[in-house]
Write a protein that binds this ligand. Structure first.
Ligand code: SF4
Length: 252
């Protein structure tokens, strides 16, 4: 048995995606947004030793984890005390990659290859990109960070290749919506050659390999959003079934 545990480092974010309710509120959990305290992180991690099931750990729920002022220290500590996978069996990171330096990329890849743990402990980094051109990025993501994000992810991929590191796998996510559907093919053409034989998916990635994931938008007119998503994915060559909803029950 396994259990997914999210320890949210922060509910703050550094951009304002139009499709994200978190970005439109001053509070995300009914109280002012915060950054997790060191002692909270430390106690929560050590508490995982008492969990009998295999823990799949993610340091994220609503906000952007990498903007925590001590993000690197927090993650390095988690791996340092996880010898023999005694606290968590798998780890995944979700990020918008706005704050993702080469030093941070090297740190994360080093942690993924740390000895004393199962080699596939650091399963994947999920980069939420959602645009190809800088202009569309600025509109969809509410901040002019498109080229910065592209450079950061490209640098990460180049470092992973240079170090010949099999882990973590990478997911590049693209929430299909009226403002970006027209450049989904450009996004795919740009990123596919930079990943390692990537899978192409219209549903939540389930394979342990690099994936380009075109996600459906959650919104008020769900039928229309799902139609646009299905049409866009089919235009990219995916065999999308007919149906009201095209994603697995566990997708989010
Ligand atoms: S990066 Fe994530 S948390 Fe931040 S606004 Fe976008 S979807 Fe919301």
């Amino acid at each position: 048995m396994s259990i997914h545990i999210n320890l949210e480092l922060t509910d703050h974010c550094n951009i304002k995606c139009g499709m994200c309710s978190q970005s439109m509120r001053d509070d995300a959990h009914g109280s002012p947004k915060k950054f997790m305290e060191w002692d909270t992180w430390r106690h929560a991690l050590h508490g995982l030793a008492d969990v009998e099931d295999d823990v799949h750990l993610c340091p994220h729920w609503l906000g952007e984890p990498t903007i925590h002022p001590d993000f690197d220290k927090f993650i390095e500590y988690a791996f340092a005390i996880n010898m023999g996978n005694r606290l968590f069996r798998e780890f995944k990171l979700h990020t918008n990659a706005v704050v993702f330096s080469q030093a941070r990329s090297k740190l994360l890849i080093r942690l993924a290859n740390a000895s004393g743990q199962a080699e596939d402990t650091f399963q994947f980094i999920h980069f939420s990109v959602d645009a190809h051109s800088p202009e569309v990025y600025a509109k969809v993501k509410g901040a002019p960070r498109g080229m910065q994000v592209r450079n950061n992810i490209e640098n990460f991929l180049a470092i992973r290749d240079a170090l010949d590191s099999p882990w973590p796998k990478v997911t590049l996510a693209y929430v299909v919506q009226p403002g970006n559907a027209h450049e989904a093919a450009d996004f795919l053409a740009h990123w596919a050659p930079l990943l390692r034989n990537p899978a192409l998916s219209y549903d939540w990635p389930s394979q342990q390999r690099d994936t380009i994931y075109f996600r459906p938008l959650n919104c008020g007119d769900q039928a229309e959003a799902d139609r646009l998503h299905a049409d866009t994915c089919r235009a990219l060559g995916m065999d999308v079934p007919d149906g009201d909803r095209l994603r697995a029950a566990e997708s989010f």
